[in-house]
Ligand binder design. Structure first.
Ligand code: FE2
Ligand code: FE2
Length: 239
């Protein structure tokens, strides 16, 4: 058996990544439709469309890794989940802000150091190719998020959007921390789940996800929100 034989954890993880990347494609498409409806700048709309294409490539490449790892049951994704929820009683800009902050300012910003870390230990060619491409794109996806936020904070309804961020950002942070395993105290158990062989396929234990997230909060979220006069330290109740 070569070092490339894959564990169940590898198949499970890459199957989830197919799901996540495909979902990203759909919701970025939806967000970009909203940008068109809002009359956002052509640059921002172009960037959004390009990201949709990237995410479809990421999903395809993840499916190739999954198949190479011996996976034979690609995820069944509910059609209803492949869209963003609209609150029709609220301004469109509010739903754009929610999705933009959560998916891009938070999600794509932490994705950069995360995928960089996953890629470091990854030597199985098909997985390495996928992580190379994902990491290269993720930097641009992160930048799109912060440019989108700047554009939103430059609209006549900026005050309302700032208020929404004040109210909803703490909850967004909490669910991010939960999904990165920070909230749970069983890191030691999680470490055992990922073997050295799994790292060659681009996996890492939950404790490392949590570490990367807390570094990202200090190095990226706090300063980047600060530049936009959003006091994340205060919102997290640490100020
Ligand atoms: Fe992606
Ligand atoms: Fe992305």
């Amino acid at each position: 058996v070569s070092e490339q034989s894959a564990s169940e954890a590898v198949r499970y993880e890459w199957r989830n990544r197919i799901h996540a990347e495909y979902t990203s494609a759909a919701i970025t498409q939806h967000l970009t439709l909203w940008l068109i409806q809002m009359g956002a700048s052509p640059d921002l709309i172009d960037d959004g469309l390009r990201i949709v294409t990237d995410e479809l490539v990421h999903a395809q490449m993840s499916a190739e890794v999954y198949a190479e790892a011996g996976g034979t049951e690609p995820p069944q994704i509910e059609r209803e989940s492949l869209q963003l929820p609209r609150h029709p009683e609220q301004l469109l800009e509010m739903d754009i802000t929610r999705a933009g902050v959560q998916m891009f300012c938070l999600g794509e910003t932490v994705a950069v150091p995360l995928f960089s870390h996953l890629r470091q230990g990854c030597t199985v060619p098909v997985a390495r190719d996928a992580l190379d491409r994902i990491l290269k794109d993720e930097v641009r996806h992160r930048d799109f998020g912060w440019q989108l936020l700047d554009a939103l904070l430059d609209t006549p309804v900026a005050d309302e959007l700032r208020q929404l961020i004040d109210v909803e950002l703490p909850q967004m942070m909490a669910s991010l921390q939960q999904s990165y395993g920070d909230a749970v105290d069983d890191g030691a158990e999680a470490i055992e789940d990922i073997s050295d062989a799994d790292r060659l396929w681009g996996l890492a234990p939950a404790s490392e996800y949590a570490e990367i997230l807390s570094r990202t909060i200090e190095r990226d979220y706090i300063p980047r929100f600060n530049e936009r006069s959003i006091d994340l330290v205060r919102l997290l109740g640490r100020g």
